[in-house]
Ligand binder design. Sequence first.
Ligand SMILES: [Zn+2]
Length: 158
Amino acid sequence: MNCKHIKKILITDYIDDEADDKIRKNVEEHLKKCESCGRFYEDLKKEAVSPFKEIRDMKVPDEVWDNIRAKIGEEKKAFDIGGILDPLKRIFILPKPALAMVSFLLFVVIALSGVKVYQVYNYNLTKDYLKDQMSYLLALNGDADGNGFDTSIENIFL
Ligand SMILES: [Zn+2]
């Protein structure tokens, strides 16, 4: 294994204690002989491992926790104050989809009732027309007593 390879293993598996025994032995033997890699390993331990070892044992001071709790409390309060304004916001901001839905439904209802009114209007027109036709035809046949020979239309044309 050359130095480049050794350093790569040092950075990854070796420092994390995940190199298998054979590789570990190879690396340790190389470190005994190679000054460059030995120094590299010492620096690596100093830079990469020691700071985290200290952090692992560090206790978060109560003061920090108190500050966090205070901050959370403040945000809760700010949220509550904002809550007073919320009803207004709700009217103008939040229910846009609801407003759109209501508008759409109103449009549908109006459109449908428009169609219905038009249909009723049309039906009435048709009914009136038929009524007129019927009364006209009845009037034409008004004097007939079933024989159909003495109708007014026959009088006119025959
Ligand atoms: Zn080396």
